[in-house]
Design a protein. Structure first.
Length: 270
């Protein structure tokens, strides 16, 4: 693997970055990460360099050189994946961007006003023990219940379902049969959403981010499939919460009448 999306760097990576990356990866609880061998005995806590490389989609030798202080051409997409993999807080994410790219990260997307979704939150909580969430038109998750965050610990770091599915290599391990059961129908949903809301810039940006950052998505997009929603689909997960054991869930999709632009999704384990 390699960081194929990079462009020639305009900023020299700071020598302070390597030691920070090493410290950040060593504090990670590997049991919360899917896509690595969490059963083998470890002499030290945290993630290895090879595991960080795998989870961020780059070659192990490339990442070792980055952590060792060798100048590397780095893309913003890679830095975003690295921040998510290392579970960085917002202040740490700012430091990572400054040291790696020489500029601050993009501002976080505006969080919704919790009061706007108070009634929906009560519905989500009533769906316990099933994980449930509400996403907006461009798949930002704007409300969720506790089981949803237990199942998907990436939520605090990447609130957009589609960006996680296509731009983070970890998703290929968590979403069983990634290409056929997730990537193809997800892209079909994005195409349908754009067809019905062609002037929403967030949808167009989502499409462009995914196609720019995922070569396989570009290939699948050419099939021009369209799908309105996943209601009733049965799909598989392999999640840290279940110890990596594969489980099947039925996706139940609803549209609140008071907010028809939103989607309410409940995951019912089969």
């Amino acid at each position: 693997m390699s960081d194929t999306a990079h462009t020639p760097p305009k900023h020299t990576v700071s020598p302070e970055l390597g030691p920070l990356l090493k410290r950040w990866r060593k504090r990670i609880d590997h049991r919360r990460i899917t896509g690595i061998d969490s059963t083998r005995r470890r002499l030290k806590p945290g993630l290895t360099q090879d595991e960080v490389a795998s989870l961020t989609g780059v070659a192990s030798s490339w990442y070792r050189q980055l952590e060792g202080g060798s100048p590397r051409p780095i893309s913003e997409q890679f830095v975003q994946r690295l921040a998510m993999t290392l579970r960085l807080e917002e202040a740490e994410r700012v430091i990572l961007f400054q040291l790696a790219l020489g500029h601050a990260p993009p501002p976080p997307r505006t969080a919704p006003d919790p009061a706007s979704y108070a009634n929906l939150q009560s519905v989500l909580d009533a769906l316990l023990p099933h994980p449930a969430y509400v996403s907006n038109l461009w798949w930002d998750i704007v409300a969720h219940n506790k089981p949803q965050e237990d199942w998907f610990p990436w939520l605090p770091y990447e609130p957009n379902l589609m960006r996680f599915a296509f731009l983070y290599p970890e998703a290929r391990d968590q979403l069983v049969n990634w290409r056929s059961d997730w990537a193809i129908p997800f892209l079909a949903q994005i195409r349908f959403a754009i067809a019905t809301h062609p002037d929403v810039p967030e949808l167009l940006q989502l499409r462009d981010d995914i196609l720019d950052g995922n070569e396989e998505a570009r290939e699948l997009w050419a099939d021009r499939l369209a799908q309105a929603h996943p209601d009733g689909d049965v799909r598989g997960f392999s999640l840290p919460f279940h110890g990596g054991q594969e489980i099947q869930v039925r996706i139940m999709a609803f549209a609140p009448m008071s907010h028809p632009e939103l989607r309410m999704i409940a995951l019912v384990r089969q």
